[in-house]
Write a protein that binds this ligand. Structure first.
Ligand SMILES: NC(=O)c1ccc[n+]([C@@H]2O[C@H](COP(=O)([O-])OP(=O)(O)OC[C@H]3O[C@@H](n4cnc5c(N)ncnc54)[C@H](O)[C@@H]3O)[C@@H](O)[C@H]2O)c1
Length: 340
């Protein structure tokens, strides 16, 4: 980040989903780099937006409580921006199955209308889109690289794929510079922990801090990789600052792979107390589970030199520490301990 920070100094930058987990961490880094940051977020309660995520930079950013499905508001907001970090999204896989149309409207239709606004009002801006590894579906080989077949297992994966390809299309046809990062499980301070909507890890952390057993579905043998939020933010920043990524998709990921059972054990160990239990896979989750997954992120490594830096253990400790202190801003009940 040291070398990329000067690129952002004084630049007008819009982050959709800016009150969410990754968007707010990104905003913090951009503020530190001297950028003029605007955050657009709907703050719909079921999603990850939370004003506390920006409590320390509240007076240094402009906040617009806007829904990306509102084309007029978005047309206004994108004018005059140099960079758009397009992170707003419906992130729950289960919600996308229960309410597919809302997922379609936010993750696909709204993305198209944002791009149309750019085509009409600001063809000069650069867009970095937050896509997802979910669109690969059940891996046919590991690690999953960008050439892996696309076979989404849920509605969310299909709509995120459409959102991603709209960005590439507008790059290729209209010259609106855009790239997409296919994020893997990202975690850290500011993630949604109230429920399992954003990631299972969120609810695990909440349950651990509440003194309840962490619930591992099935036998917990599924492998995953994780990125600490600072590493994901760094990738977003590097991609915004470099034209070599334009028109391309890149996996994020980690070379640390861990089974869910091992992860539950590690969390309990790092917390110093607590338990985990194996519970039967709920049918609706089992039907869309992707099995083992971890990424090959060598395309981004070879293009920009990006690699994750924060070991899982260190990132989990920071995350546990954050929620031990700030749980009251993320859920209502009392945790077992409190911060010093
Ligand atoms: N966190 C992960 O593990 C992960 C993995 C893969 C992809 N992603 C992608 O990264 C992006 C950011 O994810 P996150 O983890 O920060 O989630 P998040 O839920 O914390 O952030 C998304 C933000 O988008 C906002 N939003 C949702 N619908 C909106 C709408 N209609 N209009 C305006 N704002 C709206 C939410 O309020 C929220 O603040 C998402 O697009 C997600 O699909 C995240």
């Amino acid at each position: 980040m040291e070398e990329v920070a000067p690129f952002f100094e004084g630049k007008p930058i819009l982050i959709t989903g800016g009150l969410g987990f990754i968007g707010s961490s990104l905003a913090r880094r951009l503020v530190a780099a001297g950028a003029k940051v605007t955050l657009a977020d709907s703050l719909i309660p079921q999603y990850g937006g939370n004003l506390f995520n920006i409590h320390d930079i509240r007076d240094k950013v402009a906040v617009s409580i806007t829904d990306v499905r509102d084309p007029h508001a978005m047309a206004h907001l994108i004018q005059g921006q140099d960079i758009l970090f397009n992170l707003a999204g419906q992130t729950s896989h289960i919600d996308s199955m229960r309410d597919p149309r809302t997922d379609l409207e936010i993750n696909a239709a709204a993305q198209l209308s944002i791009l149309e606004s750019c085509r009409r009002h600001n063809t000069g801006l650069k867009i970095v889109f937050a896509s997802t590894r979910q669109l690969y579906g059940k891996p046919q080989y590991l690690p999953v690289d960008e050439k892996h077949p696309i076979c989404p297992m849920d509605v969310n994966g299909i709509n995120k794929l459409a959102g991603e390809w709209y960005h590439l299309l507008y790059n290729n046809v209209y010259g609106i510079r855009a790239c997409a990062l296919r994020l893997t499980n990202t975690y850290g301070p500011g993630m949604r922990v109230k429920d399992a909507r954003q990631t299972f890890l969120g609810i695990w952390i909440r349950r651990l801090l509440e003194g309840k057993p962490v619930q591992v579905f099935g036998d917990g043998s599924q492998l995953r990789d994780f990125n600490y939020v600072d590493d994901a933010v760094e990738a977003l920043l590097w991609c915004a600052a470099d034209s070599r990524v334009d028109g391309q998709v890149f996996n994020l990921g980690s070379s640390e792979h861990i089974s869910l059972l091992e992860l539950a054990r590690l969390l309990v160990q790092l917390h110093g107390k607590g338990t985990y239990e194996l519970v039967p896979f709920p049918e609706d989750r089992k039907a869309i589970d992707i099995g083992d997954y971890y990424s090959d992120y060598s395309r981004l490594k070879n293009t920009l030199g990006w690699e994750p830096k924060v070991p899982l253990r260190e990132g989990l400790l920071k995350t546990l520490e954050y929620y031990s202190c700030h749980h009251a801003h993320y859920w209502k009940s009392e945790p077992e301990g409190s911060c010093a």
